[in-house]
Ligand binder design. Structure first.
Ligand code: PAN
Ligand code: ZN
Length: 191
């Protein structure tokens, strides 16, 4: 394994901005319109208002090899698409046996998780929440607040990301706004 010099990254808790990110990635509505339960609402937003930013990821670049510990911030913007709060795409790790830690930096949201054998778990996250995503759980984060929801993630380099399974099947649970409040409901598109 090549020797990597230790380094420190300054993180702005309210924006997720890193002092010298190795990569910055933006996900817009057009990147994930089909992931919202109300695809027609997504199309209306794209045709009317345009391609809004849903989330931004800033992370350090490390080699994909045993023992490396990648980490990044994610900032999810506030808003809804057809009543469903802005969210990440969500994924299983390609190597299902790899877990992950999330740490809330600002705002509030939900961590939606499920396994391939049918378990679901939805946890609230605020600034200061340290959430553990155990091996075998797909994970998606949702911004249920009025401002940005920002969190920090740490995982093992070889975990890899399997987006295809969630793109095809979705999550069993959605977080939607009901009477102005977040509510966890069954996904009508899930079968
Ligand atoms: C996180 C996520 C990040 C963006 O760092 O990758 O929040 O979400 P998506 O990857 O689902 O677009 C993580 O879980 N890494 O493994
Ligand atoms: Zn992950």
């Amino acid at each position: 394994m090549p020797l990597i010099a230790p380094f420190v990254t300054e993180v702005d808790f309210s924006t997720g901005v890193m002092s010298a990110p190795g990569y910055v990635l933006q996900r817009r509505l057009s990147d994930m319109a089909a992931m919202y339960a109300d695809e027609a609402a997504a199309s209306r937003i794209l045709a009317g208002e345009g391609d809004r930013l849903i989330y931004e990821v800033q992370g350090v670049e490390l080699p994909v090899e045993e023992g490396q510990i990648p980490h990044c911030t994610t900032r999810i913007t506030p808003g809804q698409v057809g009543g469903e709060y802005h969210m990440t795409k969500g994924h299983y790790h390609a190597r299902r046996e790899q877990g992950e830690v999330y740490f809330g930096l600002s705002g509030r949201g939900y961590l939606v998780m499920q396994t391939e054998s049918g378990e679901t778990d939805v946890r609230e996250m605020v600034a200061g929440s340290a959430a553990y995503v155990p091996p075998y759980w797909a994970h998606r984060t949702v911004n249920a607040g009025n401002g940005d929801f920002v969190f920090f993630s740490v995982w093992e380099a070889r975990a890899g990301h399997d987006y295809g399974t969630i793109e095809r099947d979705g999550f069993r649970k959605l977080v939607v706004m009901r009477d102005g409040q977040p509510a966890v409901v069954d996904n009508p598109k899930y079968d």
